[in-house]
Design a binder for this molecule. Structure first.
Ligand SMILES: [Zn+2]
Length: 210
């Protein structure tokens, strides 16, 4: 083995050992919807605002008391929670199990990338919206602030591997976990309910980069 390769391998192993001491808290995302203002108005009534239920860990984001129903060709999902504040595009994040129950096939996407995504009918207390696109299965990701990203040796847009459920019957390594860096972010590994169940993990558990 040449020296350059040996140094590279040693560097990778050192990085891995260091990361093994830094737990990342899990945040399991249940199905939810981010609404555009005019869609909110159509579903809940103009002049009304979402009622905050609780702040989420990511700065400025909150879960609302308000919910909508989704209707697809095969079924209906009730009580899909609104997450505020409103966004420039309506985005619905559901699991693959939810997709099957609705009878739709949304793409697995990063948040915000909605072009060509799947439509669904939304029903609120004051009206309905026939959405042409906006449904995705969110790509698993880690939110991280810039200073912490430095500590972990990761950067925006990078994919990492995450070991979850360590020591449990369903311990597994998630591949292709997207790193998302922003000073608005707090360290959190975001998965949906299908992914969490696959590893038997819940919000607040700890996972590790490998
Ligand atoms: Zn997230």
């Amino acid at each position: 083995m040449n020296e350059k390769l040996a140094a590279e391998v040693a560097g990778k192993i050192a990085k891995r050992m260091e990361r093994a001491n830094k737990p990342v808290p899990v945040g399991v995302s249940n199905r939810h919807i981010h609404l555009r203002q005019d869609h909110w108005d159509a579903l809940f009534g103009k002049g009304t605002q979402p009622r905050k239920l609780k702040d989420l860990k990511q700065l400025g984001q909150y879960a609302a008391y308000d919910t909508v129903s989704l209707v697809g060709p095969k079924g209906r999902l009730e009580n899909v929670r609104v997450v505020g504040p409103h966004r420039s595009g309506t985005q619905i994040e559901i699991s693959m199990t939810d997709s099957m129950n609705l009878g739709i096939k949304p793409p697995i996407r990063d948040s915000g990338k909605l072009q060509g995504s799947t439509g669904v009918k939304l029903i609120g207390p004051k009206g309905e919206v026939d959405l042409k696109e906006g449904v995705i299965v969110a790509k698993r990701h880690i939110h991280i602030a810039p200073s912490e990203a430095k500590d972990f040796g990761v950067s925006e847009g990078e994919h990492v591997r995450v070991r979850a459920g360590v020591g449990g019957e369903r311990e597994l390594v998630f591949e292709r976990v997207l790193i998302r860096v922003s000073d608005q972010f707090r360290l959190e590994f975001h998965v949906d309910t299908d992914e969490a169940n696959a590893a038997a993990i819940k919000s607040g558990d700890e996972v590790y980069l490998v």
